[in-house]
Design a protein around this ligand. Structure first.
Ligand SMILES: Cc1ncc(COP(=O)(O)O)c(C=O)c1O
Length: 464
């Protein structure tokens, strides 16, 4: 295994070592292998590709590439083409917005979410709210897991549309949720949205085994290139429920200007606006081929092993007075967790060093980690034990034009407003992990100036 990944690092990702990079932001974006780029360059250099919406030879060549990409996506996720439609979008957010705007929300609909969804899943609630739907979050425990869903997810009236959404893997804490919740959601009367964007880069997912109504992904997170293409995998039986709120070039079978009428394509194409990104979509098969050549189970084992080393290494670090050097958010072991670690550094006195200070120093060391809340405010609120009343007070009293997260922290009495996130992926090696550990070690006994200190949340506000 190590030999396989060492060889990959040398042959496919040599640019990392050539540039002296320690890249640990795979949950932000995956890295492409060189062979993917060569395969795609060959394709571009040998094919003449026109706009797909026509019958001329170059148009048909693009159509062929798009059809092939859809087929490969079906194969990769073991999705029966009779059952699942692949709709190309700009990214996972584009896929999620399609659901929000097309779902037949009603005043009596429920939109249920675990609290650790990405903002692009949270944002769907604005469409639901506009139709008067009930919106509810399911809480997280101290490990930032949702639990006890069997009791918390209410049974709903099956004659109305209801949606339950959760991430297969949290992009904040790395927590993997139980995929059986898809069936639990169905059995309680919900359509189920599985946001798989953070899960599929390093986990095999089969739509023969689990059957969400909607699944959102971004391809750059899986294999780095191309950016600007994502997909919504949607069950055909669920598409029939959706109402596209507009039409555009490419989405229609027929439009009459005279009669102000239109007939939307009945397939997933009715959801793909305008000209697809046909040159980039043509690169998707080589990305999926690359992952399959390496093997999803190998990638999973590799990411798990490096994450475990990093996790154990971070948890073992101590200040000279014996105080732990990091405050971890999420599970402290590898049970049902992926390759994403969120944490803050502490001072010897148990306060937190603001994550932006860490980021600056990491940048200087050419280490790519990410700081902030990672577009996952619900997980952050539970991680930092925010009290809803305090959050509400600060959110409503700070002038929106002047709003900064630092001001928000001040208003919250110096509560943390961010964490450091390190995430492992296909090209991670032992040196990357040791570099990050050595970097974190430089903060032993470090005490920043008072304006870079956050207080350690101690109020048992939200966590049950
Ligand atoms: C779990 C999850 N869902 C959705 C998204 C949104 O993806 P994109 O920014 O590619 O639209 C992300 C991005 O980080 C994510 O991690």
């Amino acid at each position: 295994m190590t030999a396989l990944f060492d060889e990959l690092r040398r042959t496919e990702f040599s640019r990392l070592d050539a540039g002296g990079h320690v890249y640990l932001d795979y949950t932000g974006g995956g890295l492409y292998g060189e062979s993917q780029i060569r395969a795609h360059t060959d394709l571009l250099l040998t094919q003449v590709l026109g706009n797909p919406h026509s019958q001329n030879p170059t148009s048909l060549a693009s159509t062929h590439n798009i059809v092939h990409a859809r087929e490969r996506i079906h194969q990769f996720f073991e999705a029966d083409p009779e059952e699942y439609e692949v709709i190309f979008t700009l990214n996972a957010s584009g896929a999620l917005k399609l659901i929000g705007e097309s779902y037949p929300w009603e005043a009596s609909s429920r939109y249920m979410m675990t609290a650790d969804n990405h903002n692009s899943v949270n944002g769907i609630r604005e469409f639901a709210k506009a139709k008067g739907a009930i919106i509810e979050y399911l809480p997280l425990n101290r490990e930032l897991r949702a639990e006890n869903l069997e009791n918390l997810l209410p049974e709903v009236d099956r004659s109305k549309p209801h949606l339950f959404a959760f991430p297969a893997q949290s992009n904040f804490s790395g927590v993997k949720h139980c995929l059986d919740w898809v069936e639990l959601g169905h059995s309680r009367g919900y359509d189920v949205l599985l946001d798989a964007a953070a899960y599929v880069p390093s986990n095999r997912l089969s739509l023969r085994e689990i059957k969400p109504d909607f699944m959102s992904i971004s391809f750059y997170k899986m294999f780095g290139f191309p950016t600007g293409v994502g997909a919504l995998l949607v069950r055909r039986q669920t598409i029939e429920k959706l109402h596209r709120p507009w039409f555009s070039g490419g989405t229609v079978k027929f439009v009459s200007a005279q009669n102000k009428m239109h007939l939307l394509s009945s397939s997933g194409e009715g959801f793909e606006d305008g000209t697809l990104n046909y040159l980039s979509i043509a690169a998707i098969p080589s990305g999926l081929d690359f992952l399959e050549r390496v093997g999803m189970d190998n990638i999973n084992a590799h990411v798990t092993a490096h994450t475990e080393t990093l996790l154990k290494g971070l948890l073992a670090l101590r200040h000279s007075n014996g105080q732990p050097l990091i405050k971890l958010y999420g599970p402290a072991n590898m049970t049902m967790r992926g390759g994403t670690l969120a944490f803050n550094l502490t001072t010897p006195y148990g306060e937190l060093v603001d994550s932006f200070t860490i980021e600056q120093k990491a940048n200087s060391a050419n280490i790519s980690v990410r700081t902030g809340c990672f577009c996952n405010p619900g997980a952050a609120e539970f991680a930092f034990n925010y009290l809803p009343d305090e959050t509400y007070h600060c959110f409503t009293t700070i002038d929106p034009d002047q709003f900064t997260v630092q001001q928000f922290s001040t208003c919250m009495n110096e509560m943390p407003v961010g964490a450091v996130r390190a995430s492992a992926g296909i090209a991670t090696n032992e040196q990357d992990v040791q570099h990050l550990l050595a970097f974190v070690k430089t903060f032993v006994d470090f005490v920043p100036s008072a304006d870079h200190i956050w207080r350690m949340p101690t109020i048992e506000g939200l966590n049950p």
